[in-house]
Design a protein around this ligand. Sequence first.
Ligand SMILES: Nc1ncnc2c1ncn2[C@@H]1O[C@H](COP(=O)(O)OP(=O)(O)OP(=O)(O)O)[C@@H](O)[C@H]1O
Length: 251
Amino acid sequence: MNDHTIVEVSGVHKVYGGKKTAAYEALKGVDFKVNTGEFVGIMGASGSGKTTMLNLLATLDKPTSGKVVINGQDLSQLSENELSEFRGQKLGFIFQDFSLLETLTTRENIEMPLDLQGVKKAQANEMIKKISQQLSIETLLNQYPSQLSGGQKQRVAAARALVNEPQLILADEPTGALDSDNARSMMDLLEEINRKNQVSILLVTHDPFSASYCQRIMMIKDGKIGRTIEKDNQSRSEFYSMILNDLGTYR
Ligand SMILES: Nc1ncnc2c1ncn2[C@@H]1O[C@H](COP(=O)(O)OP(=O)(O)OP(=O)(O)O)[C@@H](O)[C@H]1O
């Protein structure tokens, strides 16, 4: 692991069940690295192990064997309390279902991770102001989730994920519940954050359009990374065609 590596996964196996139920090996030896500032995708059929992998990176679950290192920290060395602190400080999450709390306003939803970390009110206000401007949601701060459109909710969820300036964003089907216009603006936003803020992004998706924003895509199949495809100097639409071709060929 060097300074340029944000994620290093080595020899990771994950077995579910086993004591009373039949054991199922969802990950069968996964190795990969993500460089700092990279925008990387994981694609694969339903049941291939994508969410399992994401949960390990999110520190929400532990591998049966193998190692996950994020930002130089071997996650297996941290206690539960340290893991939750690590999650709060280093990671940002964007999920398909937004997971906004309905009884809180936009501002309160965005403020929540800062409260959990004990950030002082004045500093929290500054951080909320900055991210709201960047995501153009200043006018929505006093609204409740039920008053927002799907695209607006997703921007608020993105603001909440980004407000603590995480080093790594884990995004699970962030466009899954959005129409195509909103999906495009969500992906444009992630690309902008990646470029301007130098945040590393790991995106899990079925969707070739979202995946075309990545610089590199790892194709996971039956619990292993089968192939990696790289964007290199291609335009996004060329990369999109390459992804479609790949999915067609290896289905
Ligand atoms: N808690 C669990 N207990 C037992 N088996 C599980 C558990 N979670 C996942 N699995 C199994 O592990 C395999 C991989 O699941 P995972 O959710 O990682 O797939 P996925 O690629 O994210 O699928 P999808 O795209 O449908 O979300 C599946 O066969 C699933 O049934």
